[in-house]
Every structure is written in C-alpha cells, then in structure tokens.
Design a protein around this ligand. Structure first.
Ligand code: ATP
Ligand code: MG
Length: 389
C-alpha cells in the first residue's frame, strides 16, 4: 500500500499575495528537515503539501517526528493513496485504518471532493465507507457528533486519499519568513525558550554567547551548544558567536561599584551584541528576560540596558511566569540540559545587593572608569564563530 504524508499549512493561508512565497519557504524547510531520511518528492496543491517517498528505505516514522517540529504547519497526517475509484478505496481502507480503528469505539467518515466529477457525492462516500468499516470492525459504532476518530476520504485531481488520525503541527510561521535576529544565549532555562518562541514567529536565528574562562568551564560552553542544537531542531541551523568576556568582567570587578556589577555587565553584553548582530544581518536582539524575575530584570534595570542599544530588543518571555517558561522548556526538551549545574558568567560575579532601581545617570557614573570602546573592540576581535545544526 502506498503511503504519503499530507500537510496542512498554518497561518500561512492568511497571507494573501505573499502566500506562494511563504509556502515555498515552508517546503524548503520541510525538505531540509528530512533530507537525510531517503528520497521523496514534495509538492503542493490546494493549500496541502504532499510528501511522497520515492525509495523503499524512506524513514517514515522519523519523517513524521521531524515534521512535528517544522513551524508553519497546522496539522499533518499519514494517508493511503488510492485510485479514484470506490472499489479501490473500499478495498484499501479497512486494512490501512486497522490499527487506528482498533484503538477506538466510535468513528465517523468525512469526505471531500475537489474533483466534482467523481460519481458519488460526499455524503454518499461517507455512507458507503462507513458501512464497509462497520462490517469489518463490529466493535465500532458511528458517532457523528463526538467520534473518537474521524476517517477522512479526499478525492483530489489524480488520486483519492484515506487518512485516520490527524496530528497537530508546531504552528507559527515558517522560519525565514520574518527575517533574522540574534538571541543572547546563556546556559539557563529562559534564553533557549525565548529563541524557540521567536523562531516560531518565522525568525531565522543567530546566537551570541559570552564565555568567561576560567571562571566558566568548557562544559558550560558545551551546554550552550547542546541547548542550541535542541532549538535548531525547530529553527534550522544557528550561527553562534562565542565572545570572550573574562577581561571585561575582571575590569568591571576592579573599576565599578559592586551593586552595579550585573547591570554594567548586561550593558556591555548589549553593546557588543548589537555590533555582532548587525554584522550578521540581524535586525533585532532577543533575550530571555522576564519582568521582575531577578534584580537585573526590573523595569528600571531593563531601561538602563536598553539605553546602550539602538537595535530593538525582543523579549518574548517578558510577561511569562517561570512555571510557564519551564513548561515550554520541557516541551522543547531543553529543560534537562538547562538545569545541569555549570556556571554562567552572570552567576560568577553576582553582587550581594544588586541595584534594583538604577537610573541611567547612576549607571553611567558607575562605569565611568571603564575603557568601554577598547574593551568592546577587543572582545569582538577575539570572538569565535561556529555553526550549530
Ligand atoms: P537564562 O535562564 O536564559 O539564563 P536568567 O533568568 O538566568 O536567564 P540572566 O542571567 O539575568 O537571566 O540573563 C538574562 C538574559 O541575558 C538571558 O535570558 C540571556 O538572553 C542573556 N544572557 C545571560 N547570560 C548570558 C551569556 N553568558 N551570554 C549571552 N547572553 C546571556
Ligand atoms: Mg542566566
């Protein structure tokens, strides 16, 4: 029995004239995500994308797993390909749907004909296939209002398709349709979730990580790479910049008042990040900040960091509780990595009494003894770039 995967676009259907462009990007992303699983053809017709395996070894199950993570997909399912002929549909349906139907007590059949020349009407198709399934599976009954399973029969241009359970897609917009932004990534719980949230809205991601060896270890850096590789399963390849931050932190520790350490560190991160981001074609920065979560994320603190940054800063988690953020991090499988104990540079120099109501003027006074431009230039010149898949 020939089997294919049917994919329904998400919000894409709303995008008017851009729709073709969006669909093409979605198809490209789907193709990339399953390219190593065997040969297949990917086509679109009438707001559905069809994936048809072309070689015996195509890994169907893994393809479904990967498609679940491609943004821009509302729903998808596996489907059996039939001739446009009731006899063939009747012959194949019971066998194809056996496993799905064994699990449920009630079902209904829905039929759609995009080819109106098909000799039976949709209600007639439903009645006939429903009758056939009832005769094959006596434990079933029909429930048209609240069935355990909806069996779909679609009559299209060249073939008919029968499918059982439909799976929910990742939603959102195809990565690459919204441009490019740079996530400031730490090894914590929040920033990978923030990255995922913005990739979901169609942004392609670059990433920037500040490392402070020997205060932070090689394992902390590896943790960030692991987190990004988990995000990349949704976002596609991420270009990572690793910025050496040790000297800047030492300079801050030597020259600035302790209660301003974190704030000044964050201002330095923003200054450096926007330069690296612009170089990589990003139009915005992304952070995992959530209002009030820690001292450096009070509104006055966020305002003082934004002052040094001309580039917009996207903060998708700003209104979320930690519990909500953790729920997403479990869903995208970053949580277990995030809670590994390796130190981030932010936790190495934490002041005992961090300023929670800083003003711009007090921040500028606190960092007056730093050679800001020289430090930024040196850090950028020593930055190392790599790709995460
Ligand atoms: P996270 O869980 O993402 O580490 P957090 O709650 O620990 O966040 P902070 O450590 O204050 O918060 O960091 C706030 C944001 O600053 C992070 O979400 C991230 O975007 C950025 N950030 C923190 N540390 C680094 C770092 N070492 N490199 C790059 N960005 C960082
Ligand atoms: Mg952190």
């Amino acid at each position: 029995m020939k089997e294919i995967i049917l994919i329904k676009n998400g919000e894409l259907t709303l995008k008017g004239l851009n729709r073709c462009n969006f669909e093409d990007i979605l198809i490209k992303n789907i193709r990339k995500s399953i390219r190593d699983l065997g040969e297949c053809s990917i086509k679109k017709a009438q707001s559905t994308i069809f994936i048809e395996p072309k070689d015996e070894g195509f890994d169907f199950q893994e393809a479904l797993e990967r498609i679940k993570r491609v943004f821009g997909i509302a729903a998808f399912s596996r489907a059996c390909v039939c001739e446009k002929d009731m006899a063939d549909i009747i012959a194949k349906s019971p066998d194809y749907l056996r496993e799905d139907l064994k699990k449920v007590k009630t079902f209904k059949v829905e039929a759609k004909r995009s080819d109106k020349r098909f000799p039976l009407t949709s209600p007639e198709i439903c009645r006939e296939i429903g009758g056939v399934l009832l005769s094959h599976f006596p434990h079933l009954s029909v429930d048209v209002h609240n069935p355990d399973l909806v069996v779909n029969v679609e009559i299209r241009d060249y073939n008919a398709y029968v499918r059982g359970e439909q799976l929910g897609g990742a939603g959102g917009l195809p990565v690459g349709t919204a441009g490019n932004a740079s996530i400031l990534i730490s090894g914590g719980i929040d920033s990978p979730v923030a990255a995922w949230c913005m990739a979901k809205r169609g942004l392609r991601l670059n990433a920037i990580h500040f490392a402070s060896p020997p205060y932070t270890s090689a394992r902390a850096e590896q943790k960030v790479k692991t987190l990004l590789s988990k995000v990349a399963r949704y976002s596609g390849t991420i270009n990572l910049a690793i910025v050496p931050f040790t000297e800047i932190q030492d300079q801050i520790a030597e020259n600035c008042p302790e209660d301003y350490f974190t704030l000044i560190m964050r201002r330095m991160m923003m200054r450096i990040s926007q330069k690296i981001a612009a170089e990589k074609g990003s139009l915005a920065l992304i952070t995992g900040e959530s209002l009030g979560q820690v001292a450096s994320q009070t509104l006055p603190a966020l305002v003082t960091t934004d002052y040094v940054c001309e580039m917009p800063v996207l903060r998708p988690l700003i209104g979320m509780d930690k519990e909500e953020i953790i729920e997403i991090s479990r869903k995208i499988d970053t949580f277990e990595t995030s809670i590994l104990p390796y130190e981030d540079c932010c936790t190495v120099f934490t002041p005992k009494h961090p300023k929670t109501r800083p003003t711009l003027q007090s921040c500028e006074e606190a960092e007056a003894n730093l050679q800001i431009d020289a430090l930024i230039e040196k850090a950028i010149s020593e930055t190392i770039y790599t790709y995460i898949d």
